[in-house]
Design a protein around this ligand. Structure first.
Ligand SMILES: [Zn+2]
Length: 111
């Protein structure tokens, strides 16, 4: 059961163009809202104000991109020092898989 504050928050999210999802939160069984292409649980994601929601909606995709950039930079640095061709291609493949997994994670978050 949502508190009065949370219910008001959900109403505000809907007013701003968010939508209510049909399925319940897998963690707490509460309601899920979709806002700016991301799914949030007001309980589990600890959203107490519309500012919290805006902040989380903006930050999440940037974080994924930052991680992706970090992986690419790390790969470039590793390959620069690796002279063994076969080992280098194995390393590149590992990083490519990591990037792929990361992108799938990003897509999952978008629903
Ligand atoms: Zn939840």
């Amino acid at each position: 059961m949502l508190s009065k504050e949370k219910r008001q928050l959900v109403a505000e999210i809907l007013r701003r163009g968010g939508t209510l999802l049909a399925e319940p939160c897998p963690r707490c069984g509460g309601i899920l809202v979709r806002y700016k292409g991301r799914t949030f649980c007001p309980n589990c994601d600890n959203i107490n104000s519309i500012e919290d929601l805006e902040a989380k909606a903006e930050i999440r995709p940037a974080e994924l991109k930052d991680i992706e950039d970090m992986i690419k930079q790390r790969l470039a640095a590793v390959l620069k020092n690796e002279t063994d061709e076969e080992k280098a291609s194995r390393i590149a493949l590992n990083y490519a898989n990591a990037l792929k997994a990361l992108r799938e994670l990003g897509r999952k978050n978008e629903g």
